[in-house]
Design a protein around this ligand. Structure first.
Ligand code: FES
Ligand SMILES: [Fe+2]
Length: 350
């Protein structure tokens, strides 16, 4: 048995990179994901690509070069690459016996699904076969696109960001609002969870009666919330027979102390289309409340205090660490990921 490492960032896994609307023809976007610098763009057919953001010649970021929609030209000595990362031309080279097409920039697996773009970060850049497994299921018909809500950078590492995202107890204190709920109106909640793919899900149930936001959706509503590695929370609400709402929050590690949160949304409810601007602002307000508490948390963590996970409200956080551990075991041993969680009912007051 190999020694299992427990690095902060999971590899051999897909990360949300950006909303497709932020990747325009002829433009390069530089992203940092799990510590790696990546240059993204669209090829001449409009498909997204993601390349290591270093010129193989002397390492200048390719994102600082020129892109005409087909060819990236490095700003230093003008080496040219196509969207697959293959070198096409070295302007200063007089010797035509050198086959420049052998020079490649590493190309990350990259997929666009439902108007969202995801990048696969491998453990070993020579082994990309795992990329076909474990692409997240966004629960949406392939012809439909998610609407963009917001992107913020949280000033904490991925672990703190994730346990903040799946933490039920902060909602009462961080997300107080006349529209949503208030601390005066606490109720005992009981939620049943089961293991699910790369994570766990809160089994479909009627939404809590102290959330006014849900009561707008009349006619038998139910919600199901899943969390999966590396940091994807998907809330699926059914409203009546025909309607659905899908609200997705993703967390993508940038570096060891910053994490990008993205929120995307989809619904069949016509009312939500009419009310999209105020609805989006409400979503941004919630994210702003999380960001404010994460800024305070980052201050608190500067001295590296001892922390605790306590009781049912923190059980999902313990599950997250357990899943992460299992993921790293599967990578170290080259075995399929095994979800070792057990179904459980958790109780808390919010
Ligand atoms: S560093 Fe890119 S062409 Fe020389
Ligand atoms: Fe929150």
């Amino acid at each position: 048995m190999k020694e299992v490492e427990h690095p902060l960032f999971l590899r051999d896994i897909w990360y949300y990179a950006l909303h497709g609307s932020h990747l325009r023809a002829g433009k390069l976007v530089r992203k940092q994901i799990a510590g790696e610098f990546i240059v993204m763009g669209r090829d001449p057919q409009g498909a997204p690509f993601a390349l290591k953001d270093n010129c193989p010649h002397r390492g200048v970021p390719l994102s600082t070069g020129w892109f005409d929609g087909a060819t990236i030209t490095c700003c230093y000595h003008g080496w040219q690459f196509d969207a697959t990362g293959t070198c096409k031309k070295i302007p200063a080279l007089a010797d035509d016996r050198i086959d420049v097409s052998k020079i490649k920039v590493f190309r990350y697996p990259c997929r666009e699904v439902n108007g969202t773009v995801w990048v696969y970060i491998p453990q070993n850049k020579l082994k990309l076969d795992g990329a076909d497994r474990h692409f997240p299921d966004l629960l949406l018909d392939p012809t439909k696109k998610f609407w963009y809500v917001d992107t913020v950078t949280l000033p904490t590492n991925i672990d703190h960001a994730v346990i903040g995202l799946i933490d039920p107890a902060h909602v009462t204190f961080v997300h107080q609002s006349w529209f949503w709920r208030s601390a005066k109106n606490l109720k005992l909640k009981e939620k049943t969870f089961e293991p699910y793919r790369l994570g766990f899900r809160m089994v479909r149930h009627k939404p809590s009666s102290n959330s006014k936001g849900y009561s707008v959706l009349k006619g038998g509503t139910s919600t199901e919330i899943t969390f999966q590695l590396p940091g994807n929370r998907i809330e699926h609400i059914r409203a009546g027979e025909r309607h659905e709402v899908i609200s997705i929050t993703t967390l993508t590690p940038i570096d060891a102390s910053h994490t990008e949160l993205n929120h995307i949304f989809y619904t069949t409810l016509g009312l939500a289309r009419v009310l999209w601007l105020p609805l989006r602002r409400l979503g941004q307000k919630f994210i702003g409340q999380d960001l404010a508490v994460f800024r305070k948390l980052a201050k608190g963590l500067e001295t590296n205090p001892t922390l605790m996970l306590l009781g049912d409200p923190d059980t999902q956080a313990r599950w997250y660490y357990e899943l992460k551990k299992q993921w790293n075991v599967s990578i170290a041993e080259g075995t399929p990921f095994e979800n070792t969680l057990k179904g459980q009912t958790l109780r808390w007051i919010t």
